[in-house]
Design a protein around this ligand. Structure first.
Ligand SMILES: Nc1nc2c(ncn2[C@@H]2O[C@H](COP(=O)(O)OP(=O)(O)OP(=O)(O)O)[C@@H](O)[C@H]2O)c(=O)[nH]1
Ligand SMILES: [Mg+2]
Length: 285
Protein backbone atom coordinates (compact mmCIF):
# COMPACT_ATOMS: atom_id res chain seq x y z
CA UNK A 1 0.00 0.00 0.00
CA UNK A 2 1.99 2.91 -1.24
CA UNK A 3 1.28 6.61 -0.62
CA UNK A 4 2.94 8.80 -3.23
CA UNK A 5 2.66 12.36 -4.49
CA UNK A 6 4.40 15.70 -4.69
CA UNK A 7 6.15 17.23 -1.68
CA UNK A 8 3.90 18.82 0.92
CA UNK A 9 0.68 17.25 -0.46
CA UNK A 10 -0.09 15.69 2.92
CA UNK A 11 1.12 12.10 2.40
CA UNK A 12 2.55 11.73 5.88
CA UNK A 13 -0.49 13.35 7.47
CA UNK A 14 -2.70 10.87 5.63
CA UNK A 15 -0.55 7.90 6.55
CA UNK A 16 -0.63 8.87 10.23
CA UNK A 17 -4.40 9.30 10.05
CA UNK A 18 -4.87 5.89 8.42
CA UNK A 19 -2.51 4.12 10.82
CA UNK A 20 -3.82 6.00 13.85
CA UNK A 21 -0.31 6.69 15.15
CA UNK A 22 2.27 9.37 14.62
CA UNK A 23 4.66 7.45 12.39
CA UNK A 24 6.00 10.09 10.02
CA UNK A 25 7.07 13.58 10.92
CA UNK A 26 5.04 16.43 9.43
CA UNK A 27 6.17 19.97 8.78
CA UNK A 28 4.95 22.86 6.61
CA UNK A 29 8.11 22.54 4.47
CA UNK A 30 8.49 20.45 1.32
CA UNK A 31 10.72 17.35 1.29
CA UNK A 32 10.22 16.58 4.96
CA UNK A 33 10.05 12.81 4.43
CA UNK A 34 13.34 11.34 3.18
CA UNK A 35 12.80 7.61 3.57
CA UNK A 36 10.19 5.06 2.81
CA UNK A 37 8.54 4.51 6.19
CA UNK A 38 6.22 1.60 6.89
CA UNK A 39 3.18 1.91 9.12
CA UNK A 40 1.44 -1.38 9.81
CA UNK A 41 -2.18 -1.83 10.87
CA UNK A 42 -3.01 -5.18 12.46
CA UNK A 43 -6.60 -6.37 12.87
CA UNK A 44 -7.97 -9.82 13.65
CA UNK A 45 -8.61 -10.67 10.00
CA UNK A 46 -6.23 -8.46 8.06
CA UNK A 47 -2.92 -6.59 8.05
CA UNK A 48 -2.28 -3.47 6.02
CA UNK A 49 1.27 -2.33 5.35
CA UNK A 50 1.27 1.37 4.48
CA UNK A 51 4.32 2.94 3.01
CA UNK A 52 4.85 6.67 3.28
CA UNK A 53 7.32 8.02 0.74
CA UNK A 54 9.29 11.19 -0.02
CA UNK A 55 7.60 13.73 -2.29
CA UNK A 56 8.26 13.23 -5.99
CA UNK A 57 10.74 15.73 -7.45
CA UNK A 58 13.44 15.88 -10.09
CA UNK A 59 16.55 14.99 -8.08
CA UNK A 60 19.37 17.55 -8.05
CA UNK A 61 21.79 15.86 -5.64
CA UNK A 62 22.61 12.44 -4.22
CA UNK A 63 20.25 12.63 -1.26
CA UNK A 64 17.32 13.45 -3.54
CA UNK A 65 18.29 10.61 -5.87
CA UNK A 66 18.10 8.21 -2.96
CA UNK A 67 14.74 9.72 -1.97
CA UNK A 68 13.40 9.03 -5.45
CA UNK A 69 14.64 5.45 -5.42
CA UNK A 70 12.69 5.01 -2.17
CA UNK A 71 9.56 6.11 -4.07
CA UNK A 72 10.26 3.74 -6.94
CA UNK A 73 10.96 0.84 -4.61
CA UNK A 74 7.70 1.40 -2.79
CA UNK A 75 5.79 1.33 -6.09
CA UNK A 76 7.33 -1.99 -7.10
CA UNK A 77 5.97 -3.60 -3.94
CA UNK A 78 2.58 -1.90 -3.83
CA UNK A 79 -0.73 -3.78 -4.14
CA UNK A 80 -2.69 -0.54 -3.92
CA UNK A 81 -1.52 3.00 -4.65
CA UNK A 82 -2.76 6.29 -3.27
CA UNK A 83 -1.71 9.37 -5.22
CA UNK A 84 -2.06 12.31 -2.83
CA UNK A 85 -2.54 15.75 -4.36
CA UNK A 86 -3.03 19.17 -2.83
CA UNK A 87 -6.30 20.69 -4.07
CA UNK A 88 -4.63 24.08 -4.31
CA UNK A 89 -1.63 22.94 -6.36
CA UNK A 90 -1.35 23.92 -9.98
CA UNK A 91 -1.76 21.04 -12.43
CA UNK A 92 1.94 20.20 -12.69
CA UNK A 93 1.99 16.66 -11.42
CA UNK A 94 3.62 15.16 -14.51
CA UNK A 95 6.32 13.31 -12.56
CA UNK A 96 3.79 11.62 -10.32
CA UNK A 97 1.47 10.77 -13.21
CA UNK A 98 4.38 9.24 -15.10
CA UNK A 99 5.10 6.91 -12.18
CA UNK A 100 1.47 5.73 -12.15
CA UNK A 101 1.64 4.80 -15.79
CA UNK A 102 4.29 2.21 -15.00
CA UNK A 103 2.07 0.21 -12.66
CA UNK A 104 -1.16 -1.75 -12.99
CA UNK A 105 -2.03 -1.79 -9.28
CA UNK A 106 -5.43 -0.34 -8.30
CA UNK A 107 -4.99 3.39 -7.73
CA UNK A 108 -6.99 6.06 -5.97
CA UNK A 109 -6.33 9.76 -6.36
CA UNK A 110 -6.67 11.62 -3.09
CA UNK A 111 -7.51 15.30 -3.38
CA UNK A 112 -6.33 16.61 -0.02
CA UNK A 113 -6.71 19.86 1.95
CA UNK A 114 -10.30 20.45 0.84
CA UNK A 115 -10.77 22.35 4.10
CA UNK A 116 -8.74 25.06 2.32
CA UNK A 117 -10.87 25.06 -0.83
CA UNK A 118 -14.40 25.44 -2.19
CA UNK A 119 -16.90 23.09 -3.73
CA UNK A 120 -16.38 24.29 -7.29
CA UNK A 121 -12.60 23.84 -7.21
CA UNK A 122 -12.96 20.38 -5.68
CA UNK A 123 -15.43 19.39 -8.40
CA UNK A 124 -13.16 20.53 -11.20
CA UNK A 125 -10.19 18.71 -9.63
CA UNK A 126 -12.18 15.49 -9.40
CA UNK A 127 -13.02 15.79 -13.11
CA UNK A 128 -9.42 16.59 -13.98
CA UNK A 129 -8.03 13.56 -12.17
CA UNK A 130 -10.67 11.21 -13.52
CA UNK A 131 -9.84 12.06 -17.09
CA UNK A 132 -6.07 12.38 -16.61
CA UNK A 133 -5.19 9.07 -14.91
CA UNK A 134 -8.48 7.07 -14.95
CA UNK A 135 -8.02 5.94 -11.35
CA UNK A 136 -10.23 3.33 -9.75
CA UNK A 137 -11.54 6.02 -7.39
CA UNK A 138 -11.10 9.69 -6.48
CA UNK A 139 -11.56 10.93 -2.92
CA UNK A 140 -11.77 14.53 -1.75
CA UNK A 141 -10.51 14.64 1.81
CA UNK A 142 -8.90 16.61 4.58
CA UNK A 143 -6.22 14.45 6.15
CA UNK A 144 -5.57 17.13 8.74
CA UNK A 145 -9.19 17.14 9.95
CA UNK A 146 -9.69 13.41 9.30
CA UNK A 147 -12.51 14.23 6.92
CA UNK A 148 -13.36 11.35 4.54
CA UNK A 149 -10.33 9.33 5.64
CA UNK A 150 -12.60 6.38 6.45
CA UNK A 151 -13.73 6.24 2.82
CA UNK A 152 -10.08 5.90 1.78
CA UNK A 153 -9.62 3.12 4.32
CA UNK A 154 -12.68 1.30 2.91
CA UNK A 155 -11.24 1.59 -0.61
CA UNK A 156 -7.97 0.06 0.55
CA UNK A 157 -9.72 -2.83 2.29
CA UNK A 158 -11.81 -3.55 -0.80
CA UNK A 159 -8.77 -3.58 -3.06
CA UNK A 160 -6.15 -5.35 -0.97
CA UNK A 161 -5.39 -8.81 -2.32
CA UNK A 162 -5.71 -11.96 -0.21
CA UNK A 163 -2.25 -12.71 1.08
CA UNK A 164 -0.68 -14.14 4.23
CA UNK A 165 0.54 -11.38 6.57
CA UNK A 166 3.95 -10.01 5.60
CA UNK A 167 4.87 -9.05 9.18
CA UNK A 168 4.37 -10.50 12.67
CA UNK A 169 1.03 -9.52 14.16
CA UNK A 170 2.40 -7.00 16.68
CA UNK A 171 4.75 -5.21 14.29
CA UNK A 172 3.99 -1.51 13.84
CA UNK A 173 6.80 -0.40 11.57
CA UNK A 174 10.11 -1.43 10.01
CA UNK A 175 12.00 1.34 11.79
CA UNK A 176 13.60 1.28 15.24
CA UNK A 177 13.39 3.72 18.16
CA UNK A 178 16.63 5.43 17.15
CA UNK A 179 15.18 6.28 13.76
CA UNK A 180 12.07 7.88 15.24
CA UNK A 181 14.16 9.81 17.77
CA UNK A 182 16.36 11.20 15.00
CA UNK A 183 13.26 12.11 12.97
CA UNK A 184 11.78 14.02 15.93
CA UNK A 185 14.96 16.09 16.15
CA UNK A 186 14.93 16.66 12.39
CA UNK A 187 11.29 17.75 12.58
CA UNK A 188 12.26 20.51 15.03
CA UNK A 189 15.02 21.67 12.69
CA UNK A 190 12.58 21.81 9.77
CA UNK A 191 10.21 23.87 11.89
CA UNK A 192 12.72 26.24 13.50
CA UNK A 193 15.10 27.12 10.66
CA UNK A 194 14.61 28.68 7.25
CA UNK A 195 16.07 28.60 3.75
CA UNK A 196 18.63 25.89 3.05
CA UNK A 197 19.30 24.89 6.65
CA UNK A 198 16.71 22.07 6.95
CA UNK A 199 17.77 20.65 3.60
CA UNK A 200 21.46 20.66 4.52
CA UNK A 201 20.87 18.88 7.81
CA UNK A 202 20.96 15.26 8.86
CA UNK A 203 20.55 13.86 12.38
CA UNK A 204 22.52 10.86 13.62
CA UNK A 205 21.96 9.16 16.96
CA UNK A 206 25.45 8.45 18.29
CA UNK A 207 24.54 6.97 21.65
CA UNK A 208 21.33 5.56 23.16
CA UNK A 209 21.72 4.35 26.76
CA UNK A 210 18.74 2.92 28.58
CA UNK A 211 18.89 3.31 32.36
CA UNK A 212 16.07 2.33 34.73
CA UNK A 213 14.76 5.84 35.24
CA UNK A 214 16.10 7.69 32.21
CA UNK A 215 17.37 7.26 28.65
CA UNK A 216 20.57 9.12 27.79
CA UNK A 217 20.63 10.00 24.11
CA UNK A 218 23.34 11.80 22.15
CA UNK A 219 22.81 13.00 18.62
CA UNK A 220 24.95 14.68 16.01
CA UNK A 221 23.39 17.25 13.77
CA UNK A 222 25.29 17.20 10.50
CA UNK A 223 25.52 20.29 8.28
CA UNK A 224 27.50 21.05 5.16
CA UNK A 225 29.29 24.27 6.06
CA UNK A 226 30.79 26.10 9.02
CA UNK A 227 28.39 29.03 8.44
CA UNK A 228 25.43 26.67 8.77
CA UNK A 229 26.85 25.35 12.01
CA UNK A 230 26.85 28.87 13.42
CA UNK A 231 23.25 29.49 12.36
CA UNK A 232 22.16 26.19 13.82
CA UNK A 233 23.76 26.91 17.18
CA UNK A 234 22.53 30.50 17.26
CA UNK A 235 23.62 33.35 19.52
CA UNK A 236 24.86 31.92 22.80
CA UNK A 237 23.49 28.51 21.82
CA UNK A 238 19.90 29.76 22.12
CA UNK A 239 18.60 28.06 18.97
CA UNK A 240 20.18 24.71 19.73
CA UNK A 241 18.66 24.84 23.19
CA UNK A 242 15.25 25.32 21.63
CA UNK A 243 15.70 22.36 19.30
CA UNK A 244 16.80 20.23 22.25
CA UNK A 245 13.93 21.25 24.51
CA UNK A 246 11.18 20.71 21.92
CA UNK A 247 12.69 17.45 20.69
CA UNK A 248 13.17 16.09 24.21
CA UNK A 249 9.50 16.66 25.02
CA UNK A 250 8.41 14.66 21.97
CA UNK A 251 10.94 11.90 22.60
CA UNK A 252 9.85 11.56 26.23
CA UNK A 253 6.25 11.18 25.14
CA UNK A 254 7.24 8.65 22.48
CA UNK A 255 9.40 6.54 24.81
CA UNK A 256 7.17 7.13 27.85
CA UNK A 257 10.28 7.84 29.85
CA UNK A 258 12.51 10.66 31.05
CA UNK A 259 15.19 11.56 28.52
CA UNK A 260 18.51 13.35 28.74
CA UNK A 261 19.26 14.64 25.26
CA UNK A 262 22.66 15.92 24.16
CA UNK A 263 23.10 17.56 20.74
CA UNK A 264 26.35 18.21 18.88
CA UNK A 265 26.73 20.00 15.57
CA UNK A 266 29.25 18.69 13.08
CA UNK A 267 30.28 19.82 9.60
CA UNK A 268 30.59 17.20 6.86
CA UNK A 269 31.22 19.06 3.60
CA UNK A 270 28.86 18.09 0.79
CA UNK A 271 27.42 15.07 2.64
CA UNK A 272 24.27 15.18 0.47
CA UNK A 273 26.36 14.15 -2.54
CA UNK A 274 28.77 11.73 -0.93
CA UNK A 275 27.83 8.09 -1.42
CA UNK A 276 29.69 6.84 1.65
CA UNK A 277 28.00 9.37 3.97
CA UNK A 278 24.58 8.72 2.49
CA UNK A 279 25.02 5.01 2.95
CA UNK A 280 26.15 5.48 6.52
CA UNK A 281 23.09 7.67 7.18
CA UNK A 282 20.76 4.90 5.98
CA UNK A 283 20.00 6.11 2.47
CA UNK A 284 19.90 3.44 -0.13
CA UNK A 285 21.13 3.69 -3.72
N1 LIG B 1 -5.18 22.64 5.63
C1 LIG B 1 -4.69 21.40 5.54
N2 LIG B 1 -3.37 21.20 5.71
C2 LIG B 1 -2.92 19.92 5.61
C3 LIG B 1 -3.77 18.83 5.33
N3 LIG B 1 -3.02 17.72 5.27
C4 LIG B 1 -1.75 18.10 5.51
N4 LIG B 1 -1.68 19.44 5.72
C5 LIG B 1 -0.48 20.26 6.00
O1 LIG B 1 0.38 20.24 4.88
C6 LIG B 1 1.76 20.29 5.31
C7 LIG B 1 2.52 19.11 4.72
O2 LIG B 1 2.03 17.91 5.24
P1 LIG B 1 2.85 16.54 5.18
O3 LIG B 1 1.96 15.45 5.63
O4 LIG B 1 4.17 16.70 5.86
O5 LIG B 1 3.10 16.44 3.59
P2 LIG B 1 3.95 15.37 2.79
O6 LIG B 1 3.24 15.11 1.53
O7 LIG B 1 4.25 14.20 3.65
O8 LIG B 1 5.28 16.19 2.50
P3 LIG B 1 6.78 15.64 2.15
O9 LIG B 1 7.15 14.66 3.21
O10 LIG B 1 7.60 16.87 2.21
O11 LIG B 1 6.71 15.07 0.79
C8 LIG B 1 1.72 20.27 6.84
O12 LIG B 1 1.84 21.59 7.30
C9 LIG B 1 0.36 19.69 7.15
O13 LIG B 1 -0.15 20.11 8.39
C10 LIG B 1 -5.18 19.08 5.18
O14 LIG B 1 -6.01 18.20 4.95
N5 LIG B 1 -5.57 20.39 5.27
MG1 LIG C 1 6.00 13.40 4.30
Amino acid sequence: MSIIGKPNAGKSTLMNALVGEKMSIITPKAQTTRHRILGIVNEADYQIVFSDTPGIIKPRYGLQESMMSAVNQSLVDADVILLVTDVNERYDEADAIEKLQKTSSPTAVIINKIDKSDEETVKSKIEYWEKTVHPKAVFAISALHQHNVQAVMDFILENLPEHPAYYEKDTLTDRNERFFVSEMIREKIFKLYEKEIPYSTEVIITSFKEEPAINRISAEIIVERESQKNILIGKGGEMMKKVGTFARKDIEEFLQKKVFLELFVKVMPDWRNRKNYLKRFGYED
